[in-house]
Design a protein around this ligand. Structure first.
Ligand code: DHB
Length: 516
């Protein structure tokens, strides 16, 4: 195959070099026909930290819709490592953060894209419009192009494009693994849960997406900020009682917090979830379930040598764990005599010094109140309410309020409760367009048993001290999927704050397993 652009580029370990990957002007252009020319690529090299060179072909600036509203974002880049075939899985990473726009990039050794390329996967990095992306219209006015639900529409369009050209492009569009962190994790979850749902059809059609499916094979979600319509309630239910109460210094804030906690109880019970052992997961036992998951997380870390302090709420077993003899010796004993007497053998128990050291191998309980105080001490909690607070007790709104605004750049409430608080009208309701947008940005209502278009495989992580959204939000996602029969790999990794693309050995082992 002959490359039209034979320019060779080397991308350093940490730098992101974007040559012709981003059209420089922002404009709207209707009726760009979808195309892919397999002979049009650049050759590039990525250096691993060990100096190994990964050679790949870079296909950049591929518009994925016919009616490009925002030419700075609505295209994707495809990176094909040497040796990739039509059967190679595709790793599709979005760089959405804070629900803001993300331009397409080149692969980076500092995140999962570099690793994916190193593992031989085809890497796709789509641009995505976000709550801050704008174009200037013919009248010279600024138009916001990426308010909800535009980001997920762009990602669906990108998948459809890959499927349209699957026969021409290296990589298997039936094996797309999406990846994102935080708001990007939410996007990945939406790609996995909402594929081909008719709710998005008319909007996708207007954009001129390829007339194909937007189904993906696996969804990797690091700390997904999802279920925004219930996130405030979950946050107050979990953290409302902690002593970090600067966030509830006003009487009205406490009232709001208590109201939201009650809302969450009803919500949890409406989900009809089950724990992995089949027991119903209800508002009654939910805190205990979080405790179980956090203990499992801390235990795993402890077993790998981490020091888990009891000061943050853990209790440990009082008896020593079984200590295996080292080279046939009995730990803590004087093993010097080769042929001990029966009496000596009977007394060859681990000595007390050693026993004390062995004590507490098993974590048996967690004082959740103490632990939540600890989480809040590592990073101040979000205010009350945490997500939809525009006009609520004097608050001026969050990134999420910005997300649900309109093309003029406005902010908007997205829950009836906050709208009522903000307007003082106890019957106020979110308008139907906002309601639709809120639904289209939430994977939860789309997850149904037996829905063939939901990604069959899920990898979900939320750090054990990530306070950007409350633990029940990712737990509900993982549990609902698992209850409905999907393959879910879920953990609350120990001591992790809000972050993504970590433990890549674990992630890529999993990817290897599901794609083999
Ligand atoms: C992100 C973090 C948040 O706390 C939030 O509310 C939304 C998005 C982010 O990092 O993408």
């Amino acid at each position: 195959m002959k490359a039209i652009h034979t320019k060779s580029i080397i991308i350093g370990i940490a730098t992101i070099v974007c040559l012709s990957c981003a059209p420089s002007t922002k404009e709207t252009k209707a009726n760009t026909s979808l195309s892919f020319d397999e002979t049009h690529y650049e050759e590039a090299t990525l250096k691993t930290p060990f100096g190994e060179e990964i050679r790949f072909r870079a296909y950049t600036g591929l518009y994925y819709v016919e009616n490009v509203e925002d030419s700075a974002y609505q295209f994707l880049n495809v990176f094909v490592p040497e040796g990739a075939t039509q059967q190679t899985p595709i790793f599709m990473r979005n760089y959405v953060g804070g629900y803001m726009a993300a331009a397409p990039r080149f692969p980076d050794m500092n995140d999962a894209t570099g690793r994916a390329l190193q593992e031989g996967y085809v890497v796709v990095i789509p641009g995505v419009r976000g709550r801050n992306s704008t174009v200037t219209n013919e009248q010279g006015e600024t138009v916001y192009t990426g308010k909800a639900p535009k980001a997920i529409l762009d990602l669906k369009a990108a998948v459809r494009y890959l499927r349209l050209f699957d026969d021409k492009m290296p990589g298997d569009a039936e094996k797309i693994i999406t990846d994102g962190t935080s708001a990007g994790g939410a996007m990945s979850a939406l790609q996995g849960a909402t594929a081909d749902d008719p709710m998005y059809d008319s909007l996708l059609k207007e954009m001129g997406t390829a007339p194909t499916s937007d189904k993906v094979f696996a969804s990797v979600c690091y700390c997904p900020i999802i279920d925004l319509d219930h996130a405030d309630a979950a946050y107050e239910w979990l953290y409302g009682n902690t002593s970090h109460q600067q966030r509830q210094s006003l009487y009205m804030e406490s009232w709001v917090s208590i109201h939201l906690r009650e809302e969450f109880v009803k919500y949890i019970d409406s989900l009809n979830l089950q724990k992995p052992n089949g027991e119903p997961l209800t508002s009654e036992n939910y805190l205990g379930y979080i405790e179980e998951l956090l203990i499992a997380s801390a235990q795993k870390a402890k077993d790998s040598g981490a020091d888990i302090p009891d000061s943050i709420g853990f209790s440990f077993s009082s008896t020593a764990g079984f200590a295996a003899p080292v080279n046939g010796q009995i730990p803590g004993m004087n093993n010097s005599r080769e042929n001990p007497t029966i009496g000596e053998q009977q007394h060859r128990q681990p000595n007390f010094v050693n026993r004390r050291r062995q004590q507490g191998d098993a974590i048996i309980a967690l004082d959740m109140k103490k632990y939540l105080e600890y989480v809040a001490s590592t990073q101040p909690l979000k205010p009350c309410p945490a997500f939809d607070n525009l006009g609520v007790v004097g608050k001026t709104g969050t990134g999420e309020n910005d997300l649900f605004g309109d093309a003029s750049g406005s902010k908007a409430n997205f829950t009836d409760f906050a709208l009522r608080m903000a307007t003082g009208d106890s019957n106020a309701e979110i308008d139907s367009i906002t309601k639709r947008n809120v639904t289209m940005m939430n994977p939860m209502p789309f997850i149904h048993k037996g829905n063939a278009n939901i990604a069959p495989h899920w990898y979900i992580r939320h750090g054990a001290r990530d306070r950007d959204t409350a633990f029940p939000i990712p737990i509900n996602l993982a549990t609902k999927l698992e209850n409905d029969g999907y393959d879910v790999n879920f953990e609350l990794p120990w001591n992790r704050p809000h972050s993504g693309d970590y433990a890549l050995n674990d992630l890529f082992e999993w990817i290897k397993e599901i794609t083999k």
